[in-house]
Design a protein around this ligand. Structure first.
Ligand code: SF4
Length: 276
């Protein structure tokens, strides 16, 4: 039996929590692991907010990796994935401050939830025995580079935890997780060799939480592999990938000017795509 002192010694907030050694052959747990009860129990145990010992430090956003497929965009319009992969010329529009404020709110939510998970580890709530945060990952076969929010180990079973935030209206309407989130979770699972993931969604307006259990599904993975390889092969052949936006995608896309100028071209003019 571990003593309380020993537990606290094992929890080391200064250790490297971003490096994760890939596992293989991880089984899907018989029972889904649930994160919301862990967070709620942890917060019950914290008598006062300022007793929480660990909060991951804020990290500057920084530039995203270039010339790779980003897991969060993997399921979007094929042409957009290609433009991101090529680090193509973005629209010459003023950055929208409101958009950045929304991103900042999202980042802070992630940081706060990671803090709850670390506190759960420290207190061994519901047998949480290890937490990694902002784990860097790569999956070379599909040129994927990224970072996942957290890996949580409960009773020796490890799961990927991906945090999402959304407005009250969307949160209340959501019956199933978005396809893009499920794809993202699959890329993460494949890259770190785990068999299950949890999509943890927080309502930005009232802090309600929901979670979706996502076991690795080979059919989903086959589709991801097929679609991503299509973009990689197009790019190697200097061919513009097909445009298949979902409703609303173009409104948020950073490449609308470039996209309009190339739809009928069969070959990518690399000089033009990169022109400053
Ligand atoms: S503007 Fe629309 S169609 Fe073109 S790359 Fe962006 S999302 Fe795809």
């Amino acid at each position: 039996m571990l003593t309380r002192r020993k537990l606290v010694e094992e929890f080391d907030p200064s250790a490297d929590h971003r490096t994760y050694t890939r596992r293989s052959g991880e089984p899907v747990p018989k029972e889904p692991i649930r994160i919301v009860p862990i967070i709620n129990k942890t917060l019950h145990q914290c008598e006062r907010q300022d007793k929480r010992a660990y909060m991951p430090p804020s990290r500057p956003g920084g530039d995203r990796a270039k010339f790779c497929v980003h897991p969060s965009q993997s399921s979007g319009c094929r042409r957009q994935v290609q433009f991101v992969l090529l680090d193509a010329k973005r629209d010459n529009t003023q950055p929208d401050p409101r958009k950045w404020r929304i991103f900042d709110i999202g980042h802070e939510s992630h940081r706060r939830i990671q803090g709850y998970l670390f506190e759960a580890w420290k207190r061994r709530v519901n047998n949480v025995t290890r937490v990694w945060e902002d784990v860097k990952l790569r999956y070379d076969a599909l040129m994927v580079l990224g970072e996942l929010d957290a890996i949580v180990e409960v009773n020796g079973v490890r799961v990927v935890v991906e945090v999402k935030t959304m407005s009250k209206g969307l949160f209340e309407k959501m019956a199933v997780p978005k396809v893009s989130w499920v794809w993202q979770a699959h890329l993460y699972m494949k890259a770190v060799g785990l068999a299950s993931a949890i999509l943890l969604v927080e309502n930005r307006d009232n802090a309600q939480m929901r979670e979706f259990w996502v076991p690795f599904d080979q059919k989903v993975w086959d589709q991801i592999e097929f679609d991503t390889l299509e973009v990689l092969v197009d790019t190697e052949d200097a061919k513009v990938s097909r445009a298949n936006p979902d409703p609303g995608d173009c409104m948020w896309c950073n490449y609308t000017t470039l996209c309009k100028s190339v739809p009928m071209q069969r070959k990518i003019d690399f000089e033009r795509v990169w022109a400053a």
